[in-house]
Ligand binder design. Structure first.
Ligand code: ATP
Ligand code: MG
Length: 425
């Protein structure tokens, strides 16, 4: 009798050749966008001493309490598969003197491991792209990493993410301590409405209560005091300076005073890029980060201010979509009505290829509706439409295939929009 076929570990996915093309595309965009801001790649190991993670992430956190894959090495030392890479990047930077009298802009991408309940958008081996900017006090560097993130999403054709920001108060901890006291007071008064996890965290880690995913906790959380009302002058000034920079760079954001992060090392501004729940369901945060000025010292290094983020690549790939088979083109070029139209379409396609874009032309004619269906199937992030009106105006219509308004513009502007060099209005 044959043995039953072997199966992968639950929550750990194979990337099959059809999907690998999409991963390669996203990895290419990561390298390109990171280089565009002067970030250099670092590849820390997948396994570190468990003590690194409990020191960096915090003992009373979901990750360290219940999600780490830890094991005793043959010598008896506890090691863990990395649940995130910031701790490893900081450990490596300190160990190799990267931050010694120096600033460093770093990026990484690779697998992370957390023993969570597998569901859509939540896996036990998943992948993150992240950046760490070490050595700058900000807030200019905080704004830079947000711009880098926003460009990354635009370049992938992902529009319509919401950027939420908040602050946890600076590394001095004064604002946070005042807020913590007010929060503990409030939570104690509402103890009857807290779930078991939150009761346990009430004293050890009260801010984490705001991060609860339990729907039954939503009411208590909504009524909680807001940290933005407890900031000292310096922390309020830092946060408003960051907001000013984002506004100057036309980055849209909302302040969410209940945004806290699930890891202890954050200080100062924190943020998340969130998709609407229609596209991703409950697991809709695609990128999260903030400032962690105390981490270098916590890990035994000299003090070094730092800020960074981590993006979940499975969720990003789900949003970026893409057809099966080969790599999806950037653009599906639709051209309606024959005559000179075909020649103009070929020329427009060549112009866009000269600018580095991958174009799939509609061949074999067809009504607009049918061509649009093919554009959808191609997995292209954009359709570019050349019909009689566009031709008469010497323009093209750019239509994002995954949400967002279409616009009629000159071909050069179209290229810039598609490459993410122009903000989508
Ligand atoms: P969540 O609140 O969804 O558990 P988190 O606060 O644990 O997220 P971070 O540790 O900040 O998340 O990780 C940053 C990003 O990595 C998340 O926004 C998400 O996109 C992705 N991510 C985190 N955990 C997983 C997972 N188990 N599977 C897939 N992606 C994940
Ligand atoms: Mg989590």
């Amino acid at each position: 009798m044959n043995a039953a076929p072997m199966q992968a570990v639950r929550g750990m996915n194979d990337v099959l050749p059809d999907a690998a093309a999409r991963w390669q595309f996203v990895e290419g965009v990561i390298r390109e966008v990171a280089a565009g801001y002067g970030y250099r790649e670092i590849r820390p190991p997948l396994v570190e001493k468990s003590a690194l993670f409990s020191a960096a992430i915090g003992e009373v956190t979901d990750i360290v309490e219940k999600e780490m894959y830890s094991f005793a090495d043959r010598g008896g030392e506890s090691l863990s598969l990395r649940p995130e890479a910031t701790a490893g990047c900081m450990r490596a930077g300190i160990e190799h003197g990267l931050f010694h009298n120096n600033c460093a802009r770093l990026w990484y991408a690779g697998p992370m491991f957390r023993r969570e309940r597998p569901q859509k958008g939540r896996y036990r081996q998943f992948h993150q792209f992240g950046v760490e900017a070490v050595g700058w006090h900000g807030p200019d560097i905080d704004a830079e990493i947000l711009l880098l993130g926003a460009r990354f999403f635009r370049r992938l054709g992902i529009h319509g993410l919401r950027l939420e920001i908040n602050t946890l108060g600076g590394a001095g901890g004064e604002s946070r301590a005042r807020y913590r006291a007010a929060l503990v007071d409030y939570l104690q008064k509402n103890r009857a409405d807290l779930d078991e996890d939150s009761r346990r965290r009430l004293h050890a880690n009260p801010l984490r209560v705001l991060d609860s995913k339990n729907p039954a906790m939503a009411g208590v959380i909504a009524g909680a005091p807001q940290i933005t009302d407890y900031l000292n002058a310096g922390d309020a000034e830092f946060f408003s300076a960051l907001r000013g920079l984002l506004e100057a760079a036309a980055v849209e954001y909302t302040v969410n005073p209940r945004l806290v992060r699930g890891l202890d090392y954050y200080t100062g501004p924190v943020f998340e890029f969130v998709a609407d729940s229609e596209s991703l369901g409950a697991q809709n945060a695609v990128c999260a980060g903030g400032r962690y000025d105390g981490l270098a010292q916590t890990l035994g290094g000299r003090p070094a201010p730092a800020a960074g983020f981590a993006c979940g690549l499975e969720r990003i790939i789900a949003l970026a979509g893409g057809g099966g088979g080969g790599a999806a083109p950037d653009v599906y070029l639709i051209s309606v009505d024959g005559g000179d139209g075909a020649g103009e379409a070929l020329a427009a396609a060549e112009t866009m290829r000269d600018a580095g874009l991958a174009i799939q032309c509609n061949c074999g004619g067809g009504a607009m509706k049918n061509q649009m269906k093919r554009a959808d199937r191609s997995g292209a992030a954009f359709a570019v439409i050349l019909a009689a009106d566009e031709r008469a105006a010497g323009k093209v219509t750019v239509k994002p295939m995954r949400g967002g308004e279409q616009r009629t513009v000159g071909i050069k502007d179209a290229v810039q929009i598609i490459k993410g060099e122009t903000q989508w209005p």
